[in-house]
Ligand binder design. Structure first.
Ligand SMILES: Nc1nc2c(ncn2[C@@H]2O[C@H](COP(=O)(O)OP(=O)(O)OP(=O)(O)O)[C@@H](O)[C@H]2O)c(=O)[nH]1
Length: 802
């Protein structure tokens, strides 16, 4: 089919460009044929007796309604389709859920996420005036509620809000009030976990791109994250008012660099300072934004002469792109017909939900243009909660994946995806997947087995909240006073289901930290505990030798922000050490060991003999301990001590004292003394054996390799390449734009400390860079040698001090 479509493309493009704008006919059905993870098993699965496949649900066969749907969903994630769930939904509930959208806004730094969200809140009547990010009125945008965010003009924490969008469908004339739960996420890579957790619980997303910057490094990261969680998206090219804005170049880059086909559903009427409005090329209408802050949307059939040809051309491109991903449009095309507006709109929705396509909207949030049609796009093309297949794991059935049913009348299942300390205690954000959450009701924490009361239930509006009595399936809310960890599943106590949590990246840098004065220790400890609870990428540990507190995070900015928050929010000034790279250690060869610990010089002695081998596991992941003892040469209780010794050695590797990755130890022989052997002796013997064998097994130091993107005006190209070469970077790609230059490469993290000031100096403050963890790789031999020598010297000095 695809090949034929390609062959006919040129001919059809011509045809479509000349075709008259079709007259809208009543919309028949906008229901998608396929959804993101829509199951393929047909409903006829119900013909088989349930008890044959799932004894748990034996007896439920005769039940009808919700029980039958739940039983079917419990057969496995693929046993039921979203259409089947929706078709049997109570009409009132269906009416409610069809009008809900849970969406996130994600993009590269400074693309205008917060600025666009501010407009969304204004146009939906949630706020009554617009304040800009770094605006002259010093108020700051609603969603950047922290002082630090307003001062720095960056989003640090994702913020949730909700709003209602009254919409009259232009094709059917149907009027509806849509309830939109919206999460604005930070753009900076150091706060990427905020994007991860938002995407984990949202049903759809708006990806914002800059009309000048195009596809930037962080756009690629966000693209990856959206794919990781199967999140359908619409795209919005912002900043059309900027000099050099070129939305079609951006779409070309999207098609080249992102792994999802994209095509415009709008074209601009003018760009830069001539931006006047946009043309909706699905319905072929010109749209202008008038009145205070563009609040009045004026639509006309008169497309300005200057963009008429462009609009026709881009409409053909849109149809061609859809024909590649949607059979219905492909067929229409092969028959040399032009799809109707209804067919086009339905195809865009189908393809978007099936993750095969992203429709591209455009405008300028700052110039108050294009935001309302983008909101209409959220309604038209992003899924309601019932159109997304959400799954859980059944702990009673070997973690089998089962489907969740977004009915209010189903048993409650929710995920705590974000925690925040507030003046009223811990605030826990929950996405309700199934059933209802009620104020003063009870829920059970699956991890701890504890029953907890829900004393207060709220909807969040940035840092403000609105009390509610209950929250239905498919919605997002927050509860107060519930002790839990981020990623915990809550149920009604009857279910054995758990929800998979989000991906948490490993921290890559760490530094020693302590309060300046001792009387701040209590506050310091409080702050540490809170930050750790709220942010899974911020870790706190204690160095067992120096007793120093070590904090680890995703980058210099991440750590800097926490140190600053400690000062502002807890009145604790801190002294920090130099940032350190989180190196790792591993072995590259298999070696055997046979080690005896023997201290038997009068009185109670120590005796333990351990023998076996250590080897690489083949993956730089968890370490493994294997009990290979046959015949009882080491007693079972001492084997456990051996494992403890091995794990302790892995926490503090023999080369540098950094964590060990990917090592397997097998203990297959040993000896025990009736009197002198003890758990302690076996633990110590294993540690000693590990220390020696580790080095014999050609141990190496691994360092975090970062994926780096550096952008600056083109004149600094040479300087940037020089800076990266000096850091032994592998330069993967360079891009020279009209007047800017971007370099993509991989660099060892240790070379990147202090890079922001070096870059600033080399580019007159005009260069920018982003970096994110890519992988662990062996450090260069010379660097390894230096690190090991330095570590050994420090250890000797410490020894002397003792
Ligand atoms: N010219 C122009 N500037 C814009 C537009 N939208 C936003 N900006 C400016 O771009 C800067 C960044 O905007 P934000 O809304 O903070 O961007 P963001 O994506 O939320 O930023 P982070 O969350 O820090 O990544 C601000 O100075 C805005 O005023 C636009 O449409 N046109």
């Amino acid at each position: 089919m695809k090949a034929r479509v390609h062959l006919l493309r040129r001919h059809c493009r011509q045809f479509s460009a000349l075709a008259p704008v079709p007259r809208p006919t009543p919309l028949r059905s906008l229901a998608p044929r396929a959804t993101t993870t829509a199951a393929s098993r047909p409903q006829s699965a119900l013909r088989y007796p349930l008890s044959q496949r799932c004894p748990v649900f034996e007896g439920i066969r005769n039940q009808s309604g919700v029980a039958a749907v739940l039983a079917e969903a419990a057969q496995g994630a693929d046993s039921i389709t979203n259409e089947s769930i929706i078709s049997r939904m109570d009409p009132k509930e269906l009416g409610r859920i069809k009008n809900i959208r849970n969406i996130g806004i994600a993009a590269h730094i400074d693309s205008g996420k917060t600025t666009a969200t501010e407009r969304v809140l204004f146009y939906t009547g949630r706020i009554h005036s617009i304040h800009e990010v770094r605006g002259k009125d010093s108020v700051g945008a609603k969603m950047d509620s922290m002082d630090l965010e307003r001062e720095k003009g960056i989003t640090i924490k994702s913020a949730a809000t909700f709003c209602n969008w009254d919409r009259k469908d232009p094709l059917t004339g149907e009027e509806n009030k849509y309830h939109i739960n919206l999460i604005d996420t930070p753009g900076h890579i150091d706060f990427t976990v905020e994007v991860e957790r938002a995407l984990r619980v949202l049903d759809g997303a708006v990806m914002i791109l800059c009309a000048v910057g195009g596809v930037q490094s962080q756009t690629i990261t966000v693209d990856r994250q959206m794919r990781r969680y199967n999140v359908p998206r619409i795209s919005f090219i912002n900043k059309l008012d900027r000099m050099g804005a070129n939305p079609f170049k951006v779409i070309e880059l999207m098609n080249q660099k992102l792994k999802i086909p994209a095509a415009a559903v709008q074209v601009p009427i003018g760009t830069e300072e001539h931006l006047k409005g946009i043309v909706d090329i699905v319905r072929m209408k010109a749209i202008y934004f008038e009145g205070l802050r563009g609040i009045q949307v004026k639509e006309t059939d008169e497309i300005p002469e200057s963009v008429r040809e462009l609009a026709n051309e881009k409409r053909s491109v849109l149809i061609a792109a859809l024909a590649d991903v949607d059979d219905e449009i492909a067929e229409i095309w092969l028959e040399e017909q032009t799809p109707t507006v209804e067919q086009l709109r339905a195809a865009i929705r189908r393809a978007t939900l099936a993750l095969k396509f992203t429709p591209v909207f455009m405008g300028s949030a700052l110039a108050d243009k294009g935001v309302q049609p983008m909101l209409d796009g959220v309604i038209d093309y992003l899924p309601n909660p019932a159109e997304i297949k959400n799954t859980a794991l059944d702990r009673k059935r070997d973690e089998m994946s089962v489907a969740l049913v977004p009915y209010n009348s189903a048993p409650f299942i929710g995920l705590a995806f974000k925690l925040e300390e507030s003046n009223f205690g811990q605030l826990t954000y929950i996405r309700v997947y199934q059933g209802m959450l009620k104020r003063t009701g009870f829920m059970y924490n699956v991890r701890t087995g504890k029953k907890v009361k829900v004393p207060r239930l709220v909807r969040m509006h940035s840092n403000e909240m609105e009390d509610v009595d209950n929250i239905g399936a498919g919605e997002i809310c927050a509860v107060f006073g519930v002790e839990c960890a981020s990623g915990d599943t809550f149920t009604d106590g009857q279910q054995s289901y758990t929800l998979q949590s989000m991906h948490v990246p490993e921290p890559v840098i760490s530094l020693a930290i302590k309060p300046k004065s001792n009387n701040q220790s209590a506050n310091f400890a409080k702050a540490m505990a809170r930050f750790q609870r709220e942010d899974p990428t911020f870790r706190v540990s204690q160095d067992s030798e120096t007793q120093e507190t070590i904090i680890s995070g995703m980058g210099e900015l991440h750590i800097e922000i926490y140190v600053e928050r400690m000062r502002r929010e807890y009145n604790v000034d801190c002294i920090t050490g130099q940032p350190k790279v989180a190196y790792r250690e591993t072995v590259t060869e298999t070696v055997t060991f046979d080690h005896t610990l023997k201290k038997q010089t009068g009185g109670a002695g120590d005796f333990a003999r351990v023998a076996g081998l250590i080897e690489p596991t083949g993956e730089l992941g968890d370490n493994e301990f294997v009990n290979g003892i046959i015949g009882g040469s080491i007693d079972e209780k001492y084997i456990f001590a051996c494992e403890k010794g091995f794990r302790a050695s892995c926490d503090k590797g023999p080369l540098l004292g950094h964590r060990v990755l990917g090592v397997r130890m097998t203990v297959n022989d040993g000896a025990t003394h009736v009197v002198d052997s003890s758990e302690m002796a076996f633990k110590t013997a294993t540690q000693q054996a590990m220390r020696k064998a580790f080095k014999d097994a050609r141990a190496i130091v691994l360092e975090p390799i970062m994926r780096v993107a550096v952008t600056s005006p083109a004149e600094f190209q040479g300087a940037i390449v020089g800076l990266m070469n000096k850091r032994n970077a592998i330069i993967e790609d360079t891009e020279v734009g009209v007047d800017d230059f971007t370099l993509y490469g991989e660099v060892g993290l240790h070379g990147m400390f202090g890079f922001s000031s070096v870059l600033r100096a080399a580019t007159q403050g005009k260069g920018e860079f982003t970096m994110e963890f890519l992988k662990y790789s062996p450090a260069l031999p010379q660097h390894q040698k230096e690190l090991i020598e330095k570590h050994e010297k420090e250890m000797k000095e410490k020894e002397k001090e003792k």
